[in-house]
Design a protein around this ligand. Structure first.
Ligand code: HEC
Ligand SMILES: [Cu+2]
Length: 360
């Protein structure tokens, strides 16, 4: 499973720690976990570590969460200390006479203090949050920005680069952004069916993909590498295997990748039998292979299938065995996927796999 199983494992770990906080484990356990997680930001303990941001929006969200954590942590400590003091110091003593202690009513100082201080705290939190929202939701791309349209499908991602003439699926390639001369990527988020959510924790916050309601987000990844994420909105049975992979490359590598993706699929006589099978079955109703009769858009564009490390939105590594298994019975890899098993013979499967293997 290689890199892929790593992602899934770490997603589980991430969720585990979040729900741990939510069900109310002692709060200091969560604080401790958080402190450990960002002990060394250069070495993220997991590829989806929200405490190791690598892009401006993720960094400002991270900074804000630290600020909120510090403020609420300080409130917690003060309140908890006062509570502890009262419980210990005013507990029932053996020589208590049982009479009611003196009652205090209507102190203007106390009333003012506990009204004004919380209001100031809320205002400070509000201002800090509003600042980050304004930055994260910036809508005007600079001239050198990369434009990408991401379309959520049950259960895979379609990526279009309208200015560069490239269409691909599941593995998003972007150039690294030098903080001194940022080249951000502005992503328009659309959905072909239901509600999805684009979440690559190290690059930015979640943004939903909603049918008939285009959303936008931007990221400027500042270090090369592969960033993982996943659809963060329940969109159907295989939502958990709708993984995100973002490949951040140097400018040269990225330009190289774009040039290669622009090429139409080149015909190869050695696999003409597989190509014929592909072009005479329903495959072409759902898949595009540019330069051929296949122009379906229900499933991923297969023109450069072999340039991808995984198939089925990160559900399995892209190996000949997995490809063959996938075409024979997609449910074996991704139960409930929207690609049908086509009841092909072993010989057809071999020919088809050989053909797909040439789509570089
Ligand atoms: C009814 C539409 C439909 C038909 C017919 C169909 N597919 Fe698919 N195919 C899909 C969908 C949808 C996916 C994405 C599944 C997912 O990731 O959840 C897919 C995924 C794939 C993938 C993985 C692509 C990737 O990058 O992840 C391959 C390869 C593939 N199909 C090949 C074929 C072949 C070969 C045929 C014909 C034998 C075929 N498909 C027939 C809908 C279809
Ligand atoms: Cu989804």
């Amino acid at each position: 499973m290689g890199a892929n199983s790593r992602t899934e494992g770490s997603n589980l770990r991430l969720r585990g720690s979040i729900s741990g906080c939510a069900v109310g484990l002692p709060i200091f356990v969560c604080f401790g976990g958080a402190a450990l997680a960002f002990a060394d930001p250069t070495q993220p303990s997991s590829p989806t570590n929200i405490f190791a941001p690598a892009s401006s929006p993720a960094k400002s969200i991270f900074g804000l969460s630290l600020f909120v954590l510090a403020v609420t942590g300080a409130i917690f400590l003060v309140v908890f200390a006062l509570l502890l003091y009262s419980v210990v110091s005013f507990r029932k003593k053996r020589n208590d006479d049982g009479r009611e202690p003196p009652q205090v009513y209507g102190s203007n100082q106390v009333e003012l203090a506990w009204t004004v201080i919380p209001v100031l705290i809320v205002v400070a939190l509000f201002m800090a949050t509003a600042r980050v929202i304004a930055l994260v939701q910036k809508t005007s791309p600079p001239g050198n920005a990369i434009a990408v349209t991401a379309i959520g499908h049950q259960f895979w991602w379609e990526y279009r680069y309208p200015d560069l003439g490239v269409v691909t699926a599941n593995e998003l390639h972007l150039p690294v952004s030098d903080p001194a001369y940022p080249t951000p990527t502005f992503i328009t988020l659309l959905s072909a069916d239901t509600d999805h959510s684009f979440w690559v924790p190290r690059l930015g916050g979640k943004t939903d993909l909603i049918p008939n309601h285009p959303n936008t987000m931007w990221i400027d990844p500042q270090a090369t590498g592969v960033y993982f994420g996943q659809c963060a909105q329940y969109c159907g049975t295989q939502h958990a295997k709708m993984l995100l992979r973002v490949y951040v490359q140097t400018k040269d590598e990225f330009n190289q990748w774009i040039l290669q993706q622009r090429q139409p699929a080149f015909a190869n006589d050695a696999v003409s039998q597989g190509q014929r099978t592909f072009e005479t079955t329903a495959c072409i109703n759902c898949h595009t292979v540019s330069g051929t009769v296949a122009n379906g858009r229900f499933g991923p564009d297969l023109t450069h299938l072999m340039s991808r490390d995984t198939i089925a939105a990160g559900a399995a590594p892209n190996t000949p065995q997995n490809l063959r298994l996938w075409i024979r019975n997609p449910d074996a890899i991704k139960p409930g996927s929207l690609m049908p098993a086509m009841q092909l013979s072993d010989q057809q499967l071999d020919a088809l796999t050989a053909y797909l293997e040439t789509l570089r």
